[in-house]
Design a protein around this ligand. Structure first.
Ligand code: GLA
Length: 364
């Protein structure tokens, strides 16, 4: 049995596919995949949560998603085989507690755990970084979501008690300890999102358009990671206003990640909280990936005892907010924010008090 965690991102949203910086950590909610060999070359996939059983022929796997939850298992199997690995037939049982479509990377968790399970059974060894890249390729080519590397990377490489300051271009990272006295209170708006197609992919295209325009003046620019706020200010007026706002978010968010890592290391939680709020404002106004419920949840945190900062976490359009809260107030905060959100929306949120956890591995 193999396990892989979901994640929250402390800061650095929609920067990963721009070759930028992110600061996620793995969390205690995860996915487990139990695997057993079969004599034939079939894949049998079952879930402990959903009814039904999916059966595929390893000699003839679909090349694109089928529209079911089993796509994340099927997709990594397909990508492994495209890479020339020969898989053995397998029975796979998936179980987990990462809420689906809530911005906590349930899909990365199932991809990573399934990859490890299939590799072990077929005698394939790959470095964890390659496992992460494989999961991302499954999303990009099989599922059709042009996501970056953040979720799969931290699901593979997470470390208890730490966030990862990750450079999404070089994949070099630094472990940033999360101070003992704080908790991450994750609040699920209960509004589900979907990244395949739609707005997520459109944001990525808008960033690419920004790069194309800026490269006319700065030919060395390959991604928004290479753009400074000064360069953007210089030529902002020469691009469509919407594209300018998307670029501005990414450029400033990259600065906030680096600044945030320094503040967290210095134990400046109020300073880090300020950056979280600025990040949320930017995602709402400039990048336009928030939604009413996320904004209400962020507002609901304001003024509660022990509160440092709050922002949406993950791709957006629904899902969760991450709240940084003084440890001794975490339970009280969870109760109070639930009540405020319920009054504002009529919906009862799920609230998880999380600590930074280790990345994927063997479970038993
Ligand atoms: C999703 C994607 C990530 C990242 C975030 C936004 O979680 O899977 O690659 O782009 O959205 O920061």
């Amino acid at each position: 049995m193999f396990g892989a965690p979901g994640r929250v991102n402390l800061i650095g949203e929609h920067t990963d596919y721009n070759d930028g910086f992110v600061m996620p950590c793995a969390i205690g909610l995860g996915t487990r995949v139990a695997v057993a060999a079969r004599e034939d070359r079939r894949l049998l996939i079952r879930s402990a949560q959903f009814p039904g059983e999916f059966e595929f022929d390893l000699n003839d796997l679909p090349a694109r998603r089928t529209g079911s939850w089993c796509d994340y298992v099927l997709g990594v199997a397909a990508v492994l085989q495209q890479d020339g690995h020969r898989l053995r037939g397998a029975n796979l049982l998936v179980d987990g507690e990462v809420p689906i479509g809530a911005g906590l990377s349930s899909s990365a968790a199932i991809e990573v755990a399934s990859t490890l399970a299939l590799m072990e059974l077929s005698g394939i060894t790959l470095p964890m970084v390659e496992v992460a890249k494989l999961g991302q390729r499954c999303e990009n080519t099989f599922i059709g979501a042009r996501v970056g590397i953040m979720d799969q990377f931290v699901s593979c490489m997470g470390k208890a008690g730490h966030a990862l300051l990750l450079d999404c271009r070089s994949l070099e990272f630094e472990l940033i300890p999360i101070p003992d006295g704080v908790r991450m209170v994750v609040c699920n708006t209960m509004v589900k999102h979907e990244h395949a197609g739609g707005e997520y992919n459109r944001r990525r295209e808008e960033c690419e358009e920004g790069v194309r325009i800026l490269a006319k003046w700065y030919p060395e620019i390959r991604a928004l990671r290479d753009v400074s706020s000064g360069q953007l200010a210089e030529h902002g007026a020469e691009m469509p206003e919407k594209i300018f706002r998307r670029c501005l978010h990414v450029v400033l968010e990259n600065e906030r990640v680096q600044d945030g890592a320094r503040r967290l290391q210095a134990g400046d939680l109020n300073g880090f909280g300020e950056l979280m709020r600025a990040s949320h404002g930017s995602l709402r106004e400039l990048y336009e990936v928030s939604c009413r419920e996320l904004d209400l949840m962020v507002e609901a945190a304001e003024g509660l005892p022990g509160y440092y900062g709050s922002r949406m976490t993950g791709g957006g359009f629904g899902g969760c907010t991450l709240n940084l809260v003084e440890a001794r107030f975490a339970e009280d905060f969870a109760g109070r924010i639930s009540e405020r959100y319920r009054v504002a929306t009529g919906m009862t949120p799920e609230v998880y008090i999380c600590a930074a956890a280790d990345g994927a591995g063997v479970e038993g």
